[in-house]
Design a protein around this ligand. Structure first.
Ligand SMILES: NC(=O)c1ccc[n+]([C@@H]2O[C@H](COP(=O)([O-])OP(=O)(O)OC[C@H]3O[C@@H](n4cnc5c(N)ncnc54)[C@H](OP(=O)(O)O)[C@@H]3O)[C@@H](O)[C@H]2O)c1
Length: 318
């Protein structure tokens, strides 16, 4: 089968198309014919080798977490899936599962979900990691109805879904983005847009109940003066420092910090599907690339400035 693989850790040059053996659904796994895959910053971070302690040194390695596609075969009598079923989910590339930038992937059913008929494959694949990341943080921010929220990085993969989810929960959202993405931010129904390239994101006297830092560019101490009492700073930052800052903040009485990181629980999947079906939340897909242009899709994501999600059409199902 065709796959995009890395043959070592490194820059864009280590990502290449290759013919590799089609995997088998061993040990309770589900074999999926991949139709769509969506990119996330962790794809190029894993390519760079930032998590090599977890991802190991066995190459070639197929990248790509988010997918939608069709079940081809299952292994294990107890499987909840049947061949022919359309599904979406996450291939756990952090735990050495084969990624979905390939015609087929064989993965554990843990993060595989049947596709609800109301949601398209392309939308499901676009929201998986980014939407579940956003929801994990949102669930730690308490009741949002009537609350004032600042979303930093409001037009990025995580940020635009956090913005849409919080507006669906009746929060009053102010969006931070760059000049090029102002109209996109407005189109989501935010009450105010702040251009981080032209003005300060946090100004004296501008107060919020929640500051959701989807871009992971702020710190808890920077945001404290702009948080109401009680108030919460939520960040997507993935570092030991951010983890300890959030733990320490739990001893504070009024202003706290929490993290927004992928956990992929059934409850998070349920809530995301509910927000999409009942509240009409749709991801923004800035560009869909063909499977032969995965390298170009990586280049676009790494260059920055992308609004919403970049999707790869792995198989033309029409
Ligand atoms: N996607 C996931 O599954 C996931 C999971 C866990 C953690 N994370 C982390 O969450 C962060 C965002 O991920 P993502 O998928 O949303 O990435 P993304 O799609 O590349 O979006 C990044 C966002 O950050 C904004 N930004 C860049 N510089 C900024 C600045 N100085 N001030 C304010 N905003 C700025 C960008 O705005 P402009 O484009 O307008 O410049 C863009 O909206 C990353 O650090 C990532 O590692 C992501």
């Amino acid at each position: 089968m065709k796959a995009w693989v890395i043959t070592n850790y490194g820059g864009p040059e280590v990502l290449e198309p290759m013919e590799i053996e089609r995997p088998q659904p061993e040990g309770g796994k589900v074999l999926i014919e991949v139709h769509y895959a969506a990119l996330n910053p962790y794809d190029y971070k894993l390519r760079n080798g930032v998590a090599k302690m977890m991802t190991g040194n066995k190459f070639p390695k197929v990248l790509g977490g988010d997918f939608a596609g069709k079940v081809v075969a299952v292994n294990g009598e107890e499987s909840n899936f049947v061949p022919g079923q359309i599904v979406y989910g996450f291939a756990n590339v952090f735990m050495k599962e084969q990624g979905c930038l390939a015609e087929y992937t064989s993965i554990s059913p843990k993060y595989v979900r049947p596709l609800p008929p109301e949601i398209t494959e392309i939308d499901a694949c676009a929201v998986t990691s980014a939407g579940l990341t956003a929801l994990s943080g949102i669930s730690r921010c308490g009741k949002l109805s009537g609350k004032t929220v600042l979303v930093n990085g409001a037009t990025g993969g995580v940020g635009h879904l956090a913005t849409k989810f919080m507006i669906a929960k009746d929060a009053d959202v102010a969006a931070v983005c760059s000049t090029a993405n102002i109209e996109i931010a407005r189109s989501m129904g935010v009450s105010r847009v702040i251009d981080y390239r032209k003005e300060a994101v946090l100004k004296p006297g501008e107060m919020y109940d929640v500051i959701f830092d989807a871009a992971a560019k702020l710190t808890f101490s920077q945001t404290k003066a702009n948080l109401n009492t009680p108030g919460i700073y939520c960040s997507t930052e993935e570092s030991i420092k951010a983890f300890f800052a959030s733990m320490l903040s739990m001893f504070g009485k009024t202003k706290k910090m929490c993290l927004s990181s992928f956990r992929g629980t059934a409850e998070d999947f349920d809530e995301m599907e509910n927000l999409m079906i009942s509240e009409g939340v749709k991801p923004i897909i800035s560009q869909t690339f063909s499977f032969s242009d995965v390298d170009k899709a990586f280049q676009m994501l790494e260059a920055g400035g992308v609004n919403g999600k970049i999707v790869i059409q792995v198989k033309d199902t029409n």
